[in-house]
Design a protein around this ligand. Structure first.
Ligand code: PGA
Length: 252
């Protein structure tokens, strides 16, 4: 079975400002990407508008979070409809920083997933184990429990592999400079693919991307793995040169 078109997304996290964003996007304009890889940048919501205006044609617009509710008295929240209004195509859901620092649990993550799907925004669902869970050989159990509600909902809605993206991001690898080995990441990705096959249509079209200390140096070997379909890139997406190298590694 042919691999789906790879997907590489930058996760800017809470970085950047108007001028720095503009400069970065200008430098990304020069890349010759073609259509062999789908690219997005997931930016702080307040910059969606300005980033959209400066976005190179080959890059899609993503957000990093959305509200679990439709609309109403939720001070400080941003709804899926508002993101849609600002031309957002992708949204990160369940990033480990939101799970850990903002106490997001599976029910909230599921509600956000439903909001994204209902508004035609492709959710990038993040899963991954902590160092302790890894040490106790609980990686697969952890990921299975993180995906259980999402995949059950996907099954009930007859979603296909094209409707969502799953990011495997081991917590111990995020921002640490220590990525998972390509072999170990592949094993987890194959496990995720098998779970998807039981629940969604066209699971071969599902992009399962890897995140956690991906760099210009290690990207190619990681992306070469059978069930790895691109990456979610934090630190290395904040500078044009490494981000462009990582995008290139996704199709080479
Ligand atoms: P990193 O972050 O590439 O800086 O490790 C990845 C992520 O948190 O999405």
């Amino acid at each position: 079975m042919a691999k789906p078109v790879p997907f590489v997304a930058g996760n800017w996290k809470m970085n950047g400002n108007l001028l720095a964003n503009q400069q970065l996007l200008q430098q990304l304009q020069t890349a010759d990407i073609g259509s062999k890889v789908e690219v997005a940048v997931c930016v702080p919501a307040i910059y969606c508008h300005s980033v959209k205006a400066d976005l190179p044609a080959y890059i899609g617009l993503g957000a990093q979070n959305l509200a679990a509710f439709d609309n109403g008295a939720y001070t400080g929240e941003i709804s899926a409809a508002m993101l849609q209004d600002c031309a957002v195509q992708y949204v990160i859901i369940g990033h480990s920083e939101r799970r850990q620092l903002f106490n997001e649990g599976e029910q909230e993550i599921l509600a956000k997933f439903k909001q994204a799907i209902a508004h035609g925004i492709t959710p990038i669902v993040c899963v991954g184990e902590s160092q302790q869970e890894r040490d106790q050989q609980q990686t697969k159990a952890r990921i299975q429990s993180q995906l259980a509600d999402i995949l059950a909902f996907a099954k009930s809605q007859k979603l296909s592999g094209k409707d969502l993206i799953i990011a495997y991001e081991p917590i111990w690898a995020i921002g640490t400079g220590v990525s998972a080995s390509p072999h170990n990441a592949q094993q987890v990705h194959a496990f995720i693919r098998a779970l998807a096959e039981q629940n969604i249509r066209d699971a071969n079209a599902l992009r399962i991307i890897y995140g956690g200390s991906v760099t210009a140096q290690n990207a190619a070997e990681i992306f070469l793995q059978k069930d790895i379909n691109g990456g979610l890139i934090g630190g290395a997406s904040l500078k044009a040169a490494p981000f462009i190298s990582i995008i290139a590694a996704a199709w080479e």
